[in-house]
Design a protein around this ligand. Structure first.
Ligand code: BT5
Length: 322
Protein backbone atom coordinates (compact mmCIF):
# COMPACT_ATOMS: atom_id res chain seq x y z
CA UNK A 1 0.00 0.00 0.00
CA UNK A 2 2.92 2.30 0.77
CA UNK A 3 4.04 1.87 -2.83
CA UNK A 4 0.60 2.85 -4.13
CA UNK A 5 0.35 5.93 -1.89
CA UNK A 6 3.80 7.05 -2.91
CA UNK A 7 2.85 6.47 -6.53
CA UNK A 8 -0.23 8.68 -6.27
CA UNK A 9 1.69 11.42 -4.41
CA UNK A 10 4.49 11.38 -6.97
CA UNK A 11 2.09 11.46 -9.93
CA UNK A 12 0.29 14.37 -8.33
CA UNK A 13 3.57 16.30 -8.55
CA UNK A 14 3.39 18.57 -5.57
CA UNK A 15 -0.41 19.11 -5.60
CA UNK A 16 -2.57 18.25 -2.59
CA UNK A 17 -4.66 15.11 -2.63
CA UNK A 18 -7.24 14.54 0.08
CA UNK A 19 -7.12 11.63 2.49
CA UNK A 20 -10.66 10.88 1.37
CA UNK A 21 -9.66 10.57 -2.27
CA UNK A 22 -6.64 8.43 -1.41
CA UNK A 23 -8.77 6.11 0.67
CA UNK A 24 -11.35 5.74 -2.12
CA UNK A 25 -8.74 5.21 -4.81
CA UNK A 26 -6.83 2.61 -2.83
CA UNK A 27 -9.87 1.14 -1.15
CA UNK A 28 -8.51 1.36 2.40
CA UNK A 29 -9.46 3.35 5.48
CA UNK A 30 -8.24 6.90 6.07
CA UNK A 31 -6.48 5.70 9.23
CA UNK A 32 -4.53 3.20 7.16
CA UNK A 33 -3.54 6.00 4.77
CA UNK A 34 -2.47 8.18 7.69
CA UNK A 35 -0.29 5.36 9.10
CA UNK A 36 1.46 4.81 5.80
CA UNK A 37 1.99 8.54 5.31
CA UNK A 38 3.65 8.67 8.73
CA UNK A 39 5.87 5.78 7.88
CA UNK A 40 6.94 7.51 4.65
CA UNK A 41 7.67 10.66 6.66
CA UNK A 42 9.77 8.64 9.08
CA UNK A 43 11.75 7.30 6.14
CA UNK A 44 12.57 10.88 5.13
CA UNK A 45 9.89 11.81 2.57
CA UNK A 46 8.72 15.35 3.25
CA UNK A 47 4.93 15.29 3.06
CA UNK A 48 2.87 18.34 3.82
CA UNK A 49 -0.53 17.65 5.35
CA UNK A 50 -3.24 20.32 5.65
CA UNK A 51 -6.72 20.00 7.08
CA UNK A 52 -9.36 20.09 4.30
CA UNK A 53 -6.74 19.81 1.57
CA UNK A 54 -4.95 16.55 2.31
CA UNK A 55 -1.40 15.49 1.52
CA UNK A 56 1.28 16.83 -0.76
CA UNK A 57 4.73 15.40 -1.49
CA UNK A 58 7.30 18.15 -1.03
CA UNK A 59 10.52 16.22 -1.50
CA UNK A 60 11.89 12.70 -1.59
CA UNK A 61 15.12 11.69 0.16
CA UNK A 62 17.95 9.91 -1.61
CA UNK A 63 17.38 6.60 0.11
CA UNK A 64 16.83 3.16 -1.33
CA UNK A 65 13.31 2.23 -0.31
CA UNK A 66 11.68 -0.95 -1.48
CA UNK A 67 8.31 0.70 -2.14
CA UNK A 68 9.76 3.45 -4.32
CA UNK A 69 12.10 1.12 -6.17
CA UNK A 70 9.19 -1.24 -6.92
CA UNK A 71 7.19 1.71 -8.18
CA UNK A 72 9.94 2.70 -10.59
CA UNK A 73 11.08 -0.74 -11.64
CA UNK A 74 9.92 -1.51 -15.18
CA UNK A 75 11.50 -4.96 -15.56
CA UNK A 76 9.50 -8.08 -16.23
CA UNK A 77 11.45 -10.30 -13.83
CA UNK A 78 14.80 -8.84 -12.77
CA UNK A 79 14.62 -7.42 -9.25
CA UNK A 80 11.11 -8.68 -8.54
CA UNK A 81 12.66 -10.56 -5.66
CA UNK A 82 14.65 -7.88 -3.91
CA UNK A 83 16.17 -7.16 -0.51
CA UNK A 84 17.60 -3.86 0.69
CA UNK A 85 19.91 -3.61 3.71
CA UNK A 86 21.32 -0.61 5.57
CA UNK A 87 24.65 -2.35 5.86
CA UNK A 88 26.23 -5.60 4.75
CA UNK A 89 29.82 -6.84 4.65
CA UNK A 90 29.40 -7.55 0.92
CA UNK A 91 26.23 -7.92 -1.17
CA UNK A 92 28.02 -10.59 -3.22
CA UNK A 93 28.57 -12.77 -0.15
CA UNK A 94 24.92 -12.68 0.84
CA UNK A 95 23.79 -13.20 -2.76
CA UNK A 96 26.08 -16.22 -3.16
CA UNK A 97 24.67 -17.74 0.01
CA UNK A 98 21.10 -17.16 -1.13
CA UNK A 99 21.85 -18.47 -4.61
CA UNK A 100 23.19 -21.72 -3.21
CA UNK A 101 20.00 -22.04 -1.15
CA UNK A 102 18.01 -21.77 -4.38
CA UNK A 103 17.15 -18.06 -4.70
CA UNK A 104 15.26 -17.39 -7.92
CA UNK A 105 16.88 -15.95 -11.01
CA UNK A 106 16.79 -12.18 -10.92
CA UNK A 107 17.08 -11.87 -7.12
CA UNK A 108 18.78 -8.58 -6.26
CA UNK A 109 20.57 -7.75 -3.00
CA UNK A 110 21.29 -4.11 -2.27
CA UNK A 111 23.14 -2.41 0.58
CA UNK A 112 23.30 1.28 1.47
CA UNK A 113 26.81 0.60 2.76
CA UNK A 114 29.31 -2.27 2.56
CA UNK A 115 31.90 -2.82 5.24
CA UNK A 116 33.88 -5.43 3.27
CA UNK A 117 33.09 -4.58 -0.34
CA UNK A 118 35.35 -6.56 -2.65
CA UNK A 119 36.80 -6.19 -6.10
CA UNK A 120 38.51 -8.99 -8.01
CA UNK A 121 41.12 -11.17 -6.27
CA UNK A 122 40.14 -9.78 -2.87
CA UNK A 123 40.91 -6.15 -3.65
CA UNK A 124 38.91 -3.74 -1.48
CA UNK A 125 35.94 -1.85 -2.94
CA UNK A 126 35.06 1.43 -1.22
CA UNK A 127 31.33 1.51 -0.58
CA UNK A 128 30.44 4.47 1.65
CA UNK A 129 26.90 4.82 3.02
CA UNK A 130 24.28 6.26 0.66
CA UNK A 131 26.85 7.58 -1.82
CA UNK A 132 26.63 4.90 -4.45
CA UNK A 133 24.88 1.76 -5.61
CA UNK A 134 26.29 -1.45 -4.18
CA UNK A 135 24.28 -4.44 -5.30
CA UNK A 136 24.35 -8.01 -6.58
CA UNK A 137 22.20 -9.86 -9.08
CA UNK A 138 21.68 -13.62 -9.13
CA UNK A 139 21.43 -15.28 -12.55
CA UNK A 140 21.07 -18.92 -13.60
CA UNK A 141 22.14 -18.97 -17.24
CA UNK A 142 22.30 -22.35 -19.01
CA UNK A 143 25.97 -22.08 -19.76
CA UNK A 144 29.22 -23.98 -19.64
CA UNK A 145 31.35 -22.60 -16.79
CA UNK A 146 34.15 -21.52 -19.12
CA UNK A 147 31.74 -19.11 -20.81
CA UNK A 148 30.68 -17.41 -17.58
CA UNK A 149 32.83 -14.35 -18.20
CA UNK A 150 30.50 -13.48 -21.09
CA UNK A 151 28.09 -12.23 -18.43
CA UNK A 152 30.55 -9.49 -17.49
CA UNK A 153 30.22 -8.13 -21.01
CA UNK A 154 26.44 -8.38 -20.83
CA UNK A 155 26.48 -6.45 -17.55
CA UNK A 156 28.91 -3.80 -18.79
CA UNK A 157 26.79 -3.15 -21.90
CA UNK A 158 23.55 -2.95 -19.90
CA UNK A 159 25.00 -0.64 -17.24
CA UNK A 160 26.75 1.59 -19.75
CA UNK A 161 23.55 2.06 -21.77
CA UNK A 162 21.58 2.85 -18.61
CA UNK A 163 24.11 5.42 -17.41
CA UNK A 164 24.33 7.13 -20.79
CA UNK A 165 20.55 7.31 -20.98
CA UNK A 166 20.18 8.69 -17.45
CA UNK A 167 23.09 11.14 -17.45
CA UNK A 168 24.07 11.80 -21.08
CA UNK A 169 27.68 11.41 -19.88
CA UNK A 170 30.14 9.80 -22.25
CA UNK A 171 30.76 6.76 -20.05
CA UNK A 172 32.81 3.99 -21.63
CA UNK A 173 33.72 0.38 -20.98
CA UNK A 174 37.29 -0.60 -20.24
CA UNK A 175 38.15 -4.26 -20.71
CA UNK A 176 37.17 -6.38 -18.89
CA UNK A 177 35.02 -5.08 -16.05
CA UNK A 178 35.28 -1.32 -15.57
CA UNK A 179 33.23 1.65 -16.62
CA UNK A 180 35.18 4.86 -16.95
CA UNK A 181 34.42 8.53 -17.32
CA UNK A 182 37.28 10.55 -18.77
CA UNK A 183 39.68 7.76 -17.82
CA UNK A 184 38.52 7.50 -14.21
CA UNK A 185 36.71 4.51 -12.78
CA UNK A 186 33.06 5.11 -12.04
CA UNK A 187 31.80 1.52 -11.86
CA UNK A 188 33.24 -1.95 -11.33
CA UNK A 189 31.72 -5.38 -11.89
CA UNK A 190 32.61 -8.51 -9.96
CA UNK A 191 31.31 -11.82 -11.36
CA UNK A 192 31.46 -14.87 -9.12
CA UNK A 193 30.08 -18.27 -9.98
CA UNK A 194 29.29 -21.69 -8.64
CA UNK A 195 29.59 -24.50 -11.14
CA UNK A 196 29.88 -28.22 -11.80
CA UNK A 197 32.38 -29.21 -14.45
CA UNK A 198 29.80 -29.13 -17.22
CA UNK A 199 27.14 -26.76 -16.02
CA UNK A 200 27.01 -23.46 -14.24
CA UNK A 201 24.76 -23.46 -11.17
CA UNK A 202 24.53 -19.73 -10.74
CA UNK A 203 26.43 -16.55 -11.28
CA UNK A 204 26.39 -13.51 -9.01
CA UNK A 205 27.08 -10.18 -10.68
CA UNK A 206 28.25 -7.63 -8.12
CA UNK A 207 27.99 -4.05 -9.27
CA UNK A 208 29.54 -1.04 -7.58
CA UNK A 209 28.66 2.39 -9.00
CA UNK A 210 29.87 5.70 -7.58
CA UNK A 211 26.93 8.10 -7.67
CA UNK A 212 27.04 11.06 -5.31
CA UNK A 213 30.56 11.06 -3.88
CA UNK A 214 32.55 14.26 -3.63
CA UNK A 215 36.33 14.04 -3.92
CA UNK A 216 36.74 13.87 -0.14
CA UNK A 217 34.60 10.73 -0.03
CA UNK A 218 37.34 8.74 -1.79
CA UNK A 219 40.42 7.46 0.04
CA UNK A 220 43.78 8.96 -0.95
CA UNK A 221 44.64 5.65 -2.67
CA UNK A 222 41.92 6.01 -5.29
CA UNK A 223 40.98 9.70 -5.35
CA UNK A 224 42.98 10.28 -8.55
CA UNK A 225 41.70 7.13 -10.22
CA UNK A 226 38.02 7.22 -9.33
CA UNK A 227 35.07 9.45 -10.07
CA UNK A 228 31.32 9.56 -9.47
CA UNK A 229 28.28 10.61 -11.53
CA UNK A 230 28.10 13.69 -9.32
CA UNK A 231 31.72 14.68 -9.98
CA UNK A 232 31.33 13.96 -13.68
CA UNK A 233 28.04 15.78 -14.24
CA UNK A 234 28.28 18.42 -11.53
CA UNK A 235 24.97 17.39 -10.02
CA UNK A 236 23.53 14.87 -7.59
CA UNK A 237 21.35 11.99 -8.73
CA UNK A 238 18.62 10.08 -6.95
CA UNK A 239 20.07 6.61 -6.75
CA UNK A 240 16.71 4.88 -6.98
CA UNK A 241 16.20 6.25 -10.51
CA UNK A 242 19.65 5.12 -11.61
CA UNK A 243 19.16 1.69 -10.07
CA UNK A 244 15.78 1.16 -11.76
CA UNK A 245 17.31 2.12 -15.11
CA UNK A 246 20.30 -0.20 -14.65
CA UNK A 247 18.09 -3.16 -13.78
CA UNK A 248 15.93 -2.55 -16.84
CA UNK A 249 18.89 -2.29 -19.21
CA UNK A 250 20.54 -5.29 -17.57
CA UNK A 251 17.42 -7.35 -18.19
CA UNK A 252 17.31 -6.16 -21.80
CA UNK A 253 20.98 -6.92 -22.43
CA UNK A 254 20.55 -10.37 -20.87
CA UNK A 255 17.57 -11.12 -23.16
CA UNK A 256 19.57 -9.89 -26.15
CA UNK A 257 22.37 -12.25 -25.11
CA UNK A 258 20.01 -15.20 -24.74
CA UNK A 259 18.13 -14.54 -27.95
CA UNK A 260 20.89 -13.38 -30.27
CA UNK A 261 23.98 -14.86 -28.62
CA UNK A 262 27.31 -13.45 -27.49
CA UNK A 263 28.29 -11.87 -30.86
CA UNK A 264 25.43 -9.35 -30.49
CA UNK A 265 26.73 -8.32 -27.08
CA UNK A 266 30.32 -8.06 -28.32
CA UNK A 267 29.14 -5.79 -31.10
CA UNK A 268 27.37 -3.51 -28.62
CA UNK A 269 30.41 -3.65 -26.32
CA UNK A 270 32.68 -2.57 -29.15
CA UNK A 271 30.60 0.52 -29.79
CA UNK A 272 30.81 1.53 -26.11
CA UNK A 273 34.42 0.67 -25.31
CA UNK A 274 37.49 2.82 -24.77
CA UNK A 275 40.05 0.01 -24.95
CA UNK A 276 40.34 -1.08 -28.57
CA UNK A 277 42.84 0.80 -30.66
CA UNK A 278 44.70 2.03 -27.56
CA UNK A 279 48.20 1.40 -26.24
CA UNK A 280 47.76 -0.64 -23.08
CA UNK A 281 49.82 -2.08 -20.28
CA UNK A 282 48.68 -5.60 -19.53
CA UNK A 283 49.22 -7.17 -16.13
CA UNK A 284 48.47 -10.87 -15.80
CA UNK A 285 49.47 -13.30 -13.09
CA UNK A 286 52.46 -14.36 -15.16
CA UNK A 287 53.82 -11.15 -16.59
CA UNK A 288 53.29 -7.55 -17.56
CA UNK A 289 53.84 -6.07 -21.01
CA UNK A 290 52.79 -3.22 -23.26
CA UNK A 291 51.11 -3.38 -26.59
CA UNK A 292 48.27 -2.28 -28.81
CA UNK A 293 44.76 -3.52 -27.94
CA UNK A 294 43.71 -4.62 -31.41
CA UNK A 295 40.47 -6.46 -30.92
CA UNK A 296 38.40 -8.99 -29.07
CA UNK A 297 38.45 -12.72 -29.67
CA UNK A 298 35.10 -14.49 -30.04
CA UNK A 299 35.18 -15.41 -26.35
CA UNK A 300 35.79 -11.83 -25.19
CA UNK A 301 39.54 -12.22 -24.60
CA UNK A 302 41.57 -9.15 -25.45
CA UNK A 303 43.94 -9.41 -28.42
CA UNK A 304 47.03 -7.33 -27.77
CA UNK A 305 49.82 -6.84 -30.33
CA UNK A 306 53.17 -6.89 -28.57
CA UNK A 307 56.01 -4.62 -29.65
CA UNK A 308 57.53 -7.70 -31.33
CA UNK A 309 54.44 -7.90 -33.57
CA UNK A 310 53.16 -11.07 -31.96
CA UNK A 311 49.47 -11.14 -30.95
CA UNK A 312 48.77 -12.14 -27.37
CA UNK A 313 45.37 -13.39 -26.28
CA UNK A 314 44.68 -12.07 -22.78
CA UNK A 315 41.97 -14.12 -21.10
CA UNK A 316 42.24 -12.72 -17.58
CA UNK A 317 44.15 -9.76 -16.32
CA UNK A 318 44.16 -6.03 -15.72
CA UNK A 319 44.98 -3.41 -18.25
CA UNK A 320 45.80 0.23 -17.92
CA UNK A 321 45.34 2.62 -20.80
CA UNK A 322 48.46 4.47 -21.90
C1 BT5 B 1 36.06 -4.29 -9.44
O1 BT5 B 1 37.19 -4.95 -9.04
O2 BT5 B 1 36.06 -3.27 -10.09
C2 BT5 B 1 34.76 -4.92 -8.98
C3 BT5 B 1 34.03 -4.08 -7.97
C4 BT5 B 1 32.73 -4.70 -7.58
C5 BT5 B 1 32.09 -4.03 -6.40
C6 BT5 B 1 30.71 -4.55 -6.13
S1 BT5 B 1 29.83 -3.60 -4.98
C7 BT5 B 1 28.59 -4.78 -4.85
C8 BT5 B 1 29.29 -6.13 -4.87
N1 BT5 B 1 29.68 -6.54 -3.54
C9 BT5 B 1 31.01 -6.59 -3.41
O3 BT5 B 1 31.62 -6.92 -2.37
N2 BT5 B 1 31.60 -6.27 -4.57
C10 BT5 B 1 30.63 -5.98 -5.61
P1 BT5 B 1 38.66 -4.62 -9.51
O4 BT5 B 1 38.71 -4.51 -11.00
O5 BT5 B 1 39.50 -5.65 -8.86
O6 BT5 B 1 38.96 -3.19 -8.93
C11 BT5 B 1 39.25 -2.98 -7.58
C12 BT5 B 1 40.08 -1.72 -7.47
O7 BT5 B 1 39.28 -0.57 -7.76
C13 BT5 B 1 40.65 -1.45 -6.09
O8 BT5 B 1 41.87 -2.10 -5.93
C14 BT5 B 1 40.79 0.08 -6.08
O9 BT5 B 1 41.99 0.47 -6.73
C15 BT5 B 1 39.66 0.53 -6.97
N3 BT5 B 1 38.48 0.96 -6.18
C16 BT5 B 1 38.05 0.58 -4.96
N4 BT5 B 1 36.90 1.15 -4.63
C17 BT5 B 1 36.56 1.94 -5.68
C18 BT5 B 1 35.47 2.81 -5.94
N5 BT5 B 1 34.45 2.97 -5.09
N6 BT5 B 1 35.48 3.46 -7.13
C19 BT5 B 1 36.48 3.33 -8.02
N7 BT5 B 1 37.53 2.53 -7.83
C20 BT5 B 1 37.58 1.83 -6.67
Amino acid sequence: MKKEILGVLMKNSGEYISGEELSVRLNVSRTAIWKQINSLKEAGYVIDSKPNRGYRLVSSPDILQQSELMLKLKTSWLGHNLQIFDELPSTNDLAKGLASEGAVEGTVIIAEKQTKGRGRIGRPWESPAKKGLWFSVILHPMLEPQLASQLIFVAAVGICRALREQTALDIMIKWPNDLLYEGKKICGILAEMSAEIEQLNHIVLGIGLNVNQEEEDFSPEIVKLATSLNLAAGKKYRRVDILAAILLHLEEAYSEYQEQGFPAILKAWESLNCTLGREVKVVTREESFQGLAEGLAKDGSLLVRRKSGEIEKVIVGDISLR
